[in-house]
Write a protein that binds this ligand. Structure first.
Ligand code: BGC
Length: 447
């Protein structure tokens, strides 16, 4: 038995996102987002589920914040729904939307919980999508206007900001793999969208600095790690490209002001190029105050030509899987964190998401999700190990505070520390909630 102790001042928290929990999709002047449209498109979301009601947190936020307080967390990561603020993406802001987030943030602060705010967790106003979405540079301008208003409105209250959640998902997963809204399947579109997202990020950071905003700003990309199946060059290269697609594709522009040539060459070979305009790379490479990292899974990868553009086949090496079918690879968490430190330096890092899908249901008032406890424990052990190897980690936020709308999986996949009954909206604390409460309160756990 070893004690895994996190340093003084290390912050524990949980995370959620607006469309996944809020519901109230047509209340108080909220406009529609691409997820309202996508979830109504037959066949895109399991069971035809949508976020119309979700966890109803828009109305139940006080109850949810009371649960957070009892959980003993120091920080809570949430996102603002852009279409509540600008129902049409731009134009006049919606006062009722602003009021809601004021009430919400005030309630967090009154309960001693630090708000960590994501500006864009995928709910792009549909009206902007109708005008080209992230394929158009006009969406960059609209995002910066939205970001500016948020910095002015919530300055002093919210001191940690993230521009974007997981730009890999809102570009490639959404526009090349077609799994998320808007559901396109075109590599060039995805590459263009990824670039525009990064420019939007950079311009928002510039605006933050220009306003002299009090606080810190970063971004929250998702990363993975693949070990090559063998030391055959093809396997090594395929695994490297797969990691590069998540890490270097986004991090090289952010930290070095250039795209990685091993990836641009690869994309060029598939007919896709980045539409860089003069000045873009300097805009993207703004100095960040911190880096958010989302990590869930990693793999062993082997070259397989038939796969096409991304020719890395995931090998079943016998690792356990969570209920969503993702391999559990805690060591990949360590490896990718060390890789990021070695390549980009020791920027302060918050783990803005890490967690597991297990669909345990309540019985006699209890949810026995010991597998979630084990998952989080194993990842915290690797995180601690990375910190001992010099990775500058300031906090850890588990995904998620409560079960919620899991995008294309609808309500079928549960990631929460709190169980939500989607018929009654009753919240039930899981065993992992009680375990995490001890970790968040003590700053250590027994392994
Ligand atoms: C996203 C969350 C999502 C979670 C589990 C991340 O990709 O940021 O919104 O629910 O992973 O899939």
């Amino acid at each position: 038995m070893a004690i895994i102790q996190f340093p003084e001042g290390f912050r524990f928290g949980t995370a959620t996102a607006s469309y996944q929990i809020e519901g109230a999709y047509n209340e108080d002047g909220r406009g529609l987002s691409i997820w309202d449209t996508f979830s109504r498109t037959p066949g895109m979301v399991k069971n035809g589920d949508n976020g119309d009601v979700a966890c109803d947190s828009y109305h139940r936020y006080e109850e949810d914040i009371a649960l957070m307080k009892e959980l003993g967390i120091q920080s809570y990561r949430f996102s603002i729904a852009w279409p509540r603020i600008f129902p049409n993406g731009d134009g006049e802001p919606n006062e009722a939307g602003l009021d809601f987030y004021h009430r919400f943030v005030d309630c967090l602060l009154a309960n001693g919980i630090e708000p960590m705010c994501t500006l864009y967790h995928w709910d792009l106003p549909q009206s902007l999508q109708d005008r080209g979405g992230w394929e158009s540079r006009e969406t960059i301008d609209a995002f910066v206007r939205y970001a500016e208003l948020m910095f002015k409105e919530f300055g002093g209250k919210i001191k940690k900001w993230m521009t974007l959640n997981e730009p890999w998902c809102s570009s490639f997963l959404s526009n090349y793999l077609g799994v998320h809204a808007p559901g396109k399947k075109d590599l060039q579109t995805a590459v263009t969208v990824a670039h525009h997202l990064l420019v939007a990020h950079g311009q928002a950071v510039m605006k933050f600095r220009e306003l002299g905003a009090d606080g810190e700003i970063g971004i929250a990309p998702n990363v993975t790690w693949l070990d090559p199946y063998s030391d055959r060059q093809e396997d090594v290269d395929a695994a490297r490209r797969e990691v590069g697609w998540f890490v270097e594709w986004f991090f090289d522009p952010l930290f070095k002001g250039e795209y990685p040539s091993f990836m641009t060459d690869w994309f060029a070979g598939k007919g896709a190029t980045v539409p860089i305009q003069p000045g873009d790379m300097d805009i993207i490479a703004q100095k960040l105050d911190f880096l958010g990292i989302n990590y869930y899974t990693g793999h062993i990868g082997r070259y397989k030509a038939e796969l096409g553009t991304f020719d890395c086949e995931v090998i079943d090496a016998g690792y356990e899987k969570t209920d969503i079918g993702w391999f559990i690879f805690p060591e990949g968490f360590y490896k990718v964190l060390v890789h990021i430190k070695d390549r980009y330096g020791s920027i302060p890092i918050y783990i803005t998401e890490n967690g597991a899908c297990y669909n345990d249901e309540p019985s006699e008032g209890r949810v026995r999700d010991s597998r979630r406890i084990s998952y989080i424990k194993r990842h915290l052990v690797q995180l601690h190990r990375a910190m001992q190897s010099g990775v500058n980690v300031k906090g850890y936020l588990t995904w998620s505070m409560m079960d919620n709308f899991e995008w294309a999986e609808g309500y079928t996949m549960r990631f929460g520390l709190i169980h939500v009954d989607y018929n009654t909206l009753v919240r039930t604390k899981k065993d992992s909630y009680y375990w995490y409460k001890k970790v968040a309160t003590n700053g250590w756990f027994e392994n």
